[in-house]
Design a protein around this ligand. Sequence first.
Ligand code: HEM
Length: 444
Amino acid sequence: MALPSASSLRDDLALGGRITAMRLAGLALAVRGDPVARLMHKPWRLDPYPTYAAIRGEGLARSRVGLSAVGTHALCEQVLRDRRFGVRLADGRPPFAPEAETKQTGEHADRGARPSDDAEASLLEPVDLSLLGMDPPDHTRLRRLAAPTFAPRRLQQYRAIAEEVTAGLLDDAAVRGRFDLVRDLAAPLPITVIARLLAIPSVDADRFARWGRALATALDGVRSVSHAHELARTTAEARELFTDLVDRRRADPGDDVVSGLVEALDAGQMSLDELVSLAQLLLVAGFETTTNLVGNAVRAMQATPGQWEALVEDPTLAAGAVEETLRYDPPVQLTARIAHEETELAGVTFRRNWGVLVLIAAAGRDPQAHPDPDRFDLRREQTTPHLAFSGGAHYCLGAALARLEGEVALRMLAERMPGLRPTGRAVPKTATILRGPRTFPVAA
Ligand code: HEM
C-alpha cells in the first residue's frame, strides 16, 4: 500500500480540523435550541417532526448555521417553483466553491466554514450529482436527454421487472419465515430494478449496491476525512464501471437506457462526463429513496391500528398507502436552494446567494394543507398534493417508477404475507436528508 505524502497528510489534517470545527459549532447551536442545527444532530434528528413544527411556526426560520429554512407547504412550494432560486451560486459555481459569495449578514451568520481551495472543495463535495446539482441551461438540456428513461413504454417493462423481482424476494423470505424487511425486500427491489434499467451485468450487482449505499451518504455532506476518501474512492470505481458500460453499449447497443444516452453522446448533445454522472445519479436517486419508501410505509401501517389490516383486506389500497407515506414520512426529508437574486421570502429580504432549506417533510405535516396531518390514513384523499418528489425544475424524474415499485412491493406483501408483524424495533438510519429504517425485523 502506498504511504500518503506529507502534503496529503497536511491536507487531511486541515480538512479534518475544519469538519470537526463545523460539527462542534453545529452541535453547540443545536444544544442552544437552533432549529436548523437540530435537524443535523442527534438526538433531535432521530425524530425531526417536533423541530419541523417549530420551524413551520416561524415562517422563515433563520439560523446561525448560515442557512435559513422553510417548512410550511406554501413556502416550500413557492421556493421550489421560483426560478430565481437555483442549486448553484448565482454565477454558476457550485455551493462550496472557494471564495464563494455566501456571507449572510444581519441576523444571518456567515457560513463560517468556507473551504479555502479547490482541492478541499472537491473533498467536501466529492460526488457529482448530475441534474441535482445543475441549473439551466445545462439542467434543461440534460433533463431532456434523460427523460426517455421514464417514458410510459419503459414503465410497463419496469412493472414486469418489479413484479418478478418482488415475487422472488418474497418466496425466499417466506421460506425463512422471519426476515429483515429492509435487507430482504426494500433494498434489493430497487437496486435490481436500476441494475436492469441500466443493463448492469449481474456480476457487478453486489458492488453496485454497495456503491449506491455509500454514495447516498454524500447527500448529508462529508462527516470525516475517511468518509471523504471513501466517497472519492467509490466515485472513481463507479465511474470506471459506467465508462466501461458506455464502451460496451456503443459496441453492442441494446434497448436499455445507457444505449439511448450513448446515441446522445455520439450526437454531441452531452459529454461522457455528463453521461457517467447521470448514470451515477440514477443509482443514488433511485435506490435508498425507494428502499425508505417501502420501509417507512410498512412501519407506519404497523404502528397505526387498523392500517395494515385495511391493506390486507383490499390490496388495491397499496397506491394510497404509497401516497400517504410520501406525505406522512417521506424518504427525502428536505432539499436546498440558493437565491440567484435579491428576493422577498416570507416578508424577509433574501439576499443573492443566501441558501434556504426546503423542508419537504415539514410541508407534509402542515395543517393548512393536510387536515389532521399527524394521523396516517391510507384512505386519505389528498386535496393538496404532497411535495415528496419536490416541485418545479427538479421534480423527481423517477416519480412514476418509485410509485410503481412501492405499489408493487406493498400490494404483493399484503397479498402473500397477510399476517406480517414486526418482531423487533425498526432501527432508523441516522441521516438528515434520507429517512428510513436501517433494519426492520419482521415475521411473515
Ligand atoms: C420514493 C422514491 C423517491 C423519492 C421520494 C424521490 C425524491 C426526489 C426529490 C425530492 C428530488 C428533487 C430534489 C430537489 O428538488 O432538489 C428528486 C430528483 C430526482 N430523482 Fe427522485 N425520488 C425517488 C425515486 C427516484 C427513482 C426511482 C429515480 C430513478 C431511478 C429517481 C430519479 C431522480 C432524478 C434523476 C432526479 C433529478 C431531477 C432533476 O434534478 O431534474 N428518483 N427525487
